[in-house]
Design a binder for this molecule. Structure first.
Ligand SMILES: [Fe+2]
Ligand SMILES: [Fe+2]
Length: 315
């Protein structure tokens, strides 16, 4: 499936594709190609995965190197069984935060396209994206049920902020916010889909998500570029700050403290060691390289925004 992503002409160069490397000519032209790609390559985890198969007890929920505790003293003290349980709860947390964000995203895209040009490729691809996200959230929900039998939610305050964000975010703020969440998960999932230490159904989920999100990221970049045309410096600065704030809240919410508790860990110690884990910070930073290049290119990487990205170890 990776090969399918890499050779899909609709997605440019695939892995590591950046806005800098391939300028496009606007949302409609890009959407036209993405529509054709979606018609050929859409996937459905509900029918593709045999959800009744038992889970192999020695398989991880994500690559151990992507655990927020990998490389810490606490990690060294854990047994293999504890490490497996930890990665399963951590990945379930990431999937549930993914659902939370995809629900925000669907509403933002629908609001943006509410009175759009219904005959245009841009409108039609936007609806494909909403349909994809709906299937993704269902797939993440089903996988969380199977892997850990519970849900995770962002902190209630962040949950309320998300509600506000989806009501007020428009244009470049909405689409750059969407792009941030998609880019961060992309590198993580690309790594885990190739790792045979990970549960096979989770690898399939990662494959499906990486494939379909590459189209969404392409679309989001075009929407951001189009929205940035001719905007005032004041609006650019305000948008940069809103995107950075949203991005840092999403990244900091990925692993919920309850995941440590459910894996049987000392939550206070796990949070302390994760907060100081240079290895995990470098994994987050590396997953954000292309995103930061793009934000810089379109003028959304302002100095105040940089402070939020640094705090979240995204740059
Ligand atoms: Fe998705
Ligand atoms: Fe998406």
């Amino acid at each position: 499936m990776t090969a399918a992503i890499e050779r899909d002409p609709a997605l440019g160069t695939g892995v590591g594709e950046t806005a800098v490397s391939r300028p496009d000519q606007g949302p409609d032209e890009v959407a036209e190609r993405l529509l054709a790609s979606a018609a050929r390559l859409s996937r459905n985890a509900m029918t593709e995965i045999d959800w009744s198969l038992p889970m192999e007890p020695d398989k991880y929920g994500c690559s151990p190197e992507w655990s927020s505790l990998y490389g810490t003293d606490y990690w060294d003290e854990l047994t293999t069984e504890q490490r497996i349980a930890l990665t399963r709860h951590e990945f379930a947390s990431i999937m549930c935060i993914g659902i939370w964000f995809e629900m925000i995203l669907q509403q933002m895209v629908i609001t943006d396209q509410y009175l759009g040009e219904y005959h245009s490729p841009e409108f039609q691809f936007a609806l494909i994206e909403v349909a994809d996200e709906c299937r993704h959230s269902l797939m993440f929900a089903k996988a969380s049920e199977k892997m850990v039998g519970r849900s995770y939610h962002p902190h209630p305050k962040i949950g309320r902020l998300g509600k506000l964000f989806k009501l007020i975010a428009k244009d470049e703020v909405a689409y750059a916010g969407i792009l941030v969440a998609e880019e961060v998960l992309d590198v993580f999932q690309r790594g885990c889909m190739r790792d045979d230490r990970v549960l096979p159904f989770i690898r399939t989920i990662n494959e499906i998500h990486v494939l379909e999100e590459s189209r969404h990221m392409k679309f989001a970049r075009e929407e951001v570029r189009a929205s940035m045309q001719g905007i005032s410096a004041k609006r650019r600065h305000a948008s940069a700050l809103s995107v950075a704030l949203g991005a840092s809240l999403i990244v900091e919410s990925l692993i919920q403290p309850q995941a440590y508790a459910d894996a049987g860990l000392d939550v206070a110690r796990a949070r302390r060691e994760a907060a100081g884990n240079a290895h995990f910070h470098s994994m987050i930073r590396s997953s954000c390289t292309h995103l930061m290049e793009f934000l810089d290119e379109v003028g959304l990487l302002t100095k105040p925004a940089l402070r939020f990205y640094r705090k979240a170890h995204m740059i």
